[in-house]
Design a protein around this ligand. Structure first.
Ligand code: CAA
Length: 257
């Protein structure tokens, strides 16, 4: 499959999707948004891929929704396009998706990073939700994800007053997993994803689903969700293989079943 606004490649067992509208700081027009999710879904179905990385350019991960495309839109036009509903597609991805962020991650770009499972940031990464400066608010989950991740005060400041976070601040506040030098930031993210791809695939899938449950529900329901994911793993070949390999002091050979 070839796309015109994103690039795709498989490195080892990692599927890499690169946003590729550098002339617009990787702003999301409708086409790029669709192609990004098409590419992620294709990797999600591909048995050669164990985990994914989403990245942009060194100067801009993504500068948000394409303001030029949206500028004259009406509410009905936006609803008809399903502009923000499209973002639900990334929530349905089963494999782990890592965001490799360098430079600007603004508006929808920040929300894309937050929609991924983990974030590797280059030292130049800057995160922000500048929507109020153009007369709107975040529409792809920013208000909700930032409030859950950072707490009310900082989320308010970012969403209401365009406070941006440097990579170091984002690490300090627990918004990103690692900060790495700009040079080689993508390689670092791919290596991180490769490590995840080396784990038992079904266990990783259940683990992702279980952690995500914590953001959807009460503790009691969340613990139930964890149990629902825990017990069935004892019916997999990989559970037998993993435990035998431990006992026999060798590396496990995962089958993904
Ligand atoms: N939409 C459309 N075009 C954009 C864009 C965007 N979000 N961001 C940048 N561009 C374009 C610029 O218009 C410019 O194009 P021209 O060369 O044709 O003029 C080109 O990309 C380069 O941008 P700048 O000249 O502005 O580059 P800079 O280095 O001076 O600044 C920036 C970079 C800080 C990212 C700045 O471009 C900027 O502030 N961009 C807008 C960020 C923003 O407001 N994002 C929120 C969008 S709304 C949203 O995302 C809603 C949602 O939740 C879904």
């Amino acid at each position: 499959m070839t796309y015109s606004t994103v690039l795709t490649e498989i490195r080892g067992r990692v599927g890499v999707v690169t946003l590729n509208r550098p002339q617009a700081m990787n702003a999301f027009n409708n086409l790029m948004l669709g192609e990004l999710f098409d590419a992620l879904e294709a990797f999600d179905r591909d048995d050669n891929v164990g985990a994914m990385v989403v990245t942009g350019g060194e100067k801009a991960f993504a500068a948000g929704a394409d303001i030029k495309e949206m500028a004259e839109s009406s509410p009905f036009g936006m609803i008809k396009q399903g502009r923000v509903e499209k973002w639900d597609r990334i929530r349905a991805i089963k494999k782990v998706v890592i965001a490799a962020v360098s430079g600007w991650a603004l508006g929808g770009g920040c929300e894309l990073a937050l929609s991924c499972d983990m974030i590797i940031a280059s030292e130049s990464a800057k995160f922000g939700q500048p929507e109020v400066t153009i007369g709107i608010i975040p529409g792809a989950g920013g208000t909700q994800r930032l409030a859950r991740l950072l707490g009310k005060q900082l989320a308010m400041e970012m969403v209401i007053n365009n406070r941006t976070l440097t990579a170091a601040e984002a690490l300090h506040f627990g918004m990103v997993n690692r900060v790495v030098p700009v040079e080689g930031y993508l390689d670092a993210a791919v290596a991180f994803a490769e490590e995840i791809a080396s784990r038992a695939p079904l266990a990783v899938r259940m683990a992702k689903d279980s952690v995500n449950a914590a953001f959807e529900t009460t503790l009691t329901e969340g613990l139930r969700a964890e149990k629902r994911n825990f017990y069935p793993l004892f019916s997999t070949e990989d559970q037998k293989e993993g435990m035998r390999a431990f006992i026999e002091k060798r590396k496990p050979n995962w089958k993904g079943r």
